[in-house]
Write a protein that binds this ligand. Structure first.
Ligand SMILES: [Zn+2]
Length: 170
């Protein structure tokens, strides 16, 4: 029996019970944005594994407006602030490490301005900060978005099923 699988099942049930009334999605984790829409524009697809030049996309891009609140997908600790570009520190993010029912998860959120302090315990749904406008760095042809990267037990994974469950993807 894999203990991580057990945690996920329990987490999924708790999510449904607690979030049913306000839920916009039915995945195992809590939605970081409302609404939850996957980016897909002329500059790239927001899906996990989509082409990015010679590499592939390591996360999920969710459409957002500048200033839109970003919520924690997991119960955890704000482990550190994270900068997506070492040479352009205007763009910010943070890393949350899971605790309790979300133990084993590590989630990175990019292109958001974190307001919670490093070391702070956060709960699912709690506001972490606000979306930036990454499209301003590139081109208006890029849909503004939040980049979400999920690891479980250190293993990079597709975030989409964790947020959308079996529902059709928006
Ligand atoms: Zn991305």
């Amino acid at each position: 029996m894999n203990p991580i699988v057990a945690i996920l099942i329990v987490g999924g049930v708790i999510f449904v019970v607690n979030q049913a009334a306000a839920a916009v999605t039915m995945g195992a984790l809590s939605p970081p944005l409302n609404p939850m829409i996957i980016r897909d524009d002329s500059q790239g697809s927001g899906y996990f594994g989509a082409p990015r030049g010679s590499r592939t996309h390591q996360g999920l891009d969710l459409v957002c407006a500048k200033g839109q609140p970003v919520h924690s997908p997991i119960d955890g600790t704000l482990n550190r602030y994270a900068s997506p570009y070492a040479d352009d520190l205007r763009w910010k993010g943070c890393e949350i490490t899971g605790t309790g029912r979300d133990l084993g998860y590590t989630i990175k959120l990019f292109y958001m301005d974190p307001q919670a302090l490093v070391g702070t315990a956060v709960n699912r749904g709690e506001q972490l900060g606000n979306c930036q406008a990454i499209s301003e760095k590139y081109t208006p042809a890029m849909t503004n978005h939040l980049h979400v990267e999920v690891r479980r037990g250190g293993q990079l994974m597709d975030p989409a099923p964790l947020f959308f469950g079996n529902q059709p993807l928006a």
